[in-house]
Design a protein around this ligand. Structure first.
Ligand code: XMP
Length: 305
C-alpha cells in the first residue's frame, strides 16, 4: 500500500510540474478514479483546470445530475451533451473491441473541442494501474488507455494515479475528503452501458440496461460487492398478461474482488434475486427474463464485452 500522505503531495507537485503555466481539462465520469484525479489536479492548478463531464448517454441513471452536484464547487464545470454523437458513432458497431475504440475516440474528440474553447493544452485522466495492465495484455483495451486514437490534439496526457490499485485510490479519495458516496462507489467502466448491452448499442437496449442496473445496484448494495450490474443479453420468449412477448433477457451479476483482475461471483439469497427479477420484469415491459450469472473471473470477465 502506498504512503497516502506522501502520494498526495507528490501527485499534486507532479501535476503542477507537468502542466506548468498551461491549462488542462479533466475528464470526469462521476466515479472514484476521475473524481480523485480531478481533486488532485484542482489542488495543483486551481482554476486553470476545467472539469468536463461528457454525457455519452451510456452512463448510470441520474449520473449527470449527481456529477453536477458533486463538482458544483469547481469553477467552470462543463457538461457536454454528446448523447446523439455517441449513438451515431456506435451505429452498426457490434465488435466489442471496436466499440471501445469508437467510444475512446469520441471521448477524445469531445475533450479536444472543450480544450480548444478554453485554451487547454493538457488532458488529465484518472487512469489506474489495472487499466494499463489489461490494455497492454490481450484482455481488452480500456477506453481511456488502449482505446485512445493514435493522434491526439493535446500537448500531454497527465495520469497522476497510473500506478495505483483501486483500493489505494479509495484511500487517497478519503484522505482528500471526498464524500463517501464517491470514495466507496462501485467501479463503472469508461465505456459505460455500452459494454453491458451485447451487440449493437441502441437507445432501446440502453434504456433497459440503465433501469436494470439501477435496480441491481440498489438491491445488492447491502452485500457490499466489488461490483453489481445488469446486462442486456438478447431476446427470448415470455408471457406478459395474456400475450406471448419476445422480450429482452437481462443478466444480473455481482462479484467480489480485490482489484478487478480476478473476481468471484457472489452468493445472493433467493429472495433478493426474486425481488430483483420482479422489479425488473415489473417495471420494464419489454423484459421477459432475468438470469443470474454464477461465473467467476476467470473464465468470464466482470463486464460482458
Ligand atoms: P473486466 O470486465 O475486464 O473488468 O473483468 C475489470 C474491471 O475494469 C472495469 N472496466 C473498465 N474500466 N474502462 C474503464 O475505465 C474500460 O474500458 C473498462 N472495462 C472494464 C470493470 O468495470 C471492472 O471493474
Amino acid at each position: 500500500m502506498v504512503d497516502v500522505d506522501r502520494f498526495v503531495d507528490e501527485a499534486i507537485a507532479g501535476i503542477a510540474d507537468e502542466v506548468g503555466d498551461a491549462s488542462a481539462v479533466i475528464a470526469l465520469s462521476g466515479g472514484v478514479d476521475s473524481s480523485t484525479a480531478a481533486t488532485l489536479a484542482h489542488e495543483a492548478i486551481g482554476d486553470r483546470l476545467t472539469p468536463v463531464y461528457v454525457d455519452t448517454g451510456l452512463m448510470r441513471k441520474g449520473e449527470t445530475a449527481a456529477v453536477r452536484e458533486t463538482f458544483a464547487y469547481m469553477e467552470g464545470l462543463r457538461v457536454v451533451d454528446a448523447r446523439e454523437r455517441f449513438l451515431d458513432a456506435l451505429a452498426g458497431v457490434i465488435d466489442p473491441e471496436e466499440k471501445r475504440h469508437v467510444i475512446g475516440e469520441q471521448f477524445i474528440r469531445e475533450f479536444e473541442t472543450v480544450a480548444r474553447e478554453v485554451d487547454a493544452e493538457y488532458l488529465v485522466q484518472g487512469t489506474i494501474y489495472p487499466d494499463r495492465i489489461e490494455s497492454e495484455g490481450t484482455i481488452k483495451s480500456h477506453h481511456n488507455v488502449g482505446g485512445l486514437p493514435e493522434v491526439v490534439d493535446f500537448e500531454g496526457i497527465v495520469e497522476p494515479m497510473a500506478d495505483l490499485y483501486k483500493d489505494e485510490v479509495r484511500e487517497v479519495a478519503r484522505e482528500l475528503g471526498l464524500e463517501e458516496v464517491v470514495s466507496e462507489r462501485m467501479p463503472f467502466p469508461g465505456p459505460g452501458l455500452a459494454v453491458r448491452v451485447l451487440g449493437e448499442v441502441t437507445e432501446e437496449k440502453l434504456a433497459v440496461a440503465r433501469e436494470a442496473n439501477h435496480v441491481v445496484e440498489e438491491e445488492l448494495e447491502a452485500y457490499e460487492p466489488w461490483q453489481a450490474l445488469a446486462a442486456v443479453l438478447g431476446k427470448a420468449t415470455g408471457v406478459k398478461g395474456d400475450n406471448r412477448v419476445h422480450g429482452w433477457v437481462v443478466s444480473v451479476r455481482a462479484v467480489e474482488s480485490r482489484d478487478g483482475m480476478t473476481a468471484r461471483a457472489m452468493e445472493v439469497d433467493w429472495e433478493t434475486l426474486q425481488r430483483i427479477q420482479s422489479r425488473i420484469t415489473g417495471s420494464l415491459d419489454d423484459v421477459s427474463r432475468v438470469v443470474y450469472d454464477v461465473t467467476h473471473k476467470p473464465p468470464a470477465t466482470i463486464e460482458y464485452e
